[in-house]
Design a protein around this ligand. Structure first.
Ligand code: ADP
Ligand code: MG
Length: 229
């Protein structure tokens, strides 16, 4: 695979919600292409459809029209099992709220997706420990999420999202709950991870300062993805 090749594409994606007799159209022929190694900011006001777009891109929801291509593979008509396999192996997702499992330690949370994928506990633990070190929270390995600060929780969530070495990282306002200093620190950890691993990332944020540091900025207008500014 070459740099600059599209790794994630939305083609003519339609997404609407039905409420009673009304149809609320969120994505209306949305076109988007994320290239290998690229980091793109998705900046748009609340309620415009950032999460809807990320959920479609991450194969969490099926579009009502158009298709999503992951590494050149059309995913719309694949079975749920095939979509789950692609999601598990090729896509990492980070949410605004960490969604870590509260009963498990930081390192166990990062081991989990690897074990589900079939790695041994020893292999999973080794990679999880490396990722914790990389995110500069190695000393927090045995702590449960409730014992971690917001910034630490998000760094664990990021490590978990990349535990299976995905091609694509989708981040839905992952720093939205953090104070500005912590947001920058968490962003820098994520950015370093993306840059050193050749990952591609689509990162929804309201933080214009962080958005400017990415390769490209897009927004949503009338259900379409357009360049910001
Ligand atoms: P953002 O992430 O940019 O804040 P969302 O993608 O969450 O926006 O939501 C876009 C719009 O779609 C909002 O008006 C929201 O209320 C609506 N919406 C989101 N999910 C649903 C749903 N499951 N059913 C009905 N409406 C929804
Ligand atoms: Mg959202």
């Amino acid at each position: 695979m070459m740099a600059g090749e599209p790794i994630l594409e939305l083609k003519a994606v339609e997404r609407y919600y039905v409420q009673g007799s009304k149809r609320l159209t969120i994505l209306n022929g949305a076109e988007f292409s994320l290239k290998r190694g690229e980091m793109v900011a998705l900046v748009a006001p609340s309620g415009t459809g950032k999460s809807t777009m990320l959920h479609a891109a991450g194969l969490l929801e099926r579009p009502n029209g158009g298709d999503v291509f992951v590494n050149n593979r059309a995913c719309g008509r694949l079975s749920d099992d095939a979509r789950t396999a692609i999601r598990r192996n090729e896509i990492g997702f980070v949410y605004q709220f960490h969604h870590l499992l509260p009963e498990f330690s930081a390192i166990e949370n990062i081991m989990m997706p690897q074990i589900i994928r079939g790695l041994s506990r020893t292999e999973a633990r080794e990679r999880a420990a490396q990722l914790l070190d990389y995110m500069k929270i190695g000393k927090r390995a045995e702590h449960r999420p409730a014992e971690l600060s917001g910034g630490e929780q998000q760094r664990v969530a990021i490590a978990r999202a990349v535990a299976n070495a995905p091609l694509i990282l989708l981040a839905d306002e992952p720093t939205g709950n953090l104070d500005p200093g912590t947001a920058t620190y968490v962003y820098e950890a994520l950015e370093a991870l993306v840059r050193q691993s050749g990952l591609s990332a689509l990162f929804a944020t309201h933080n214009h300062e962080l958005a400017r540091r990415m390769d490209r900025q897009v927004t949503l207008a009338d259900g379409k993805v357009v360049p910001l500014g």
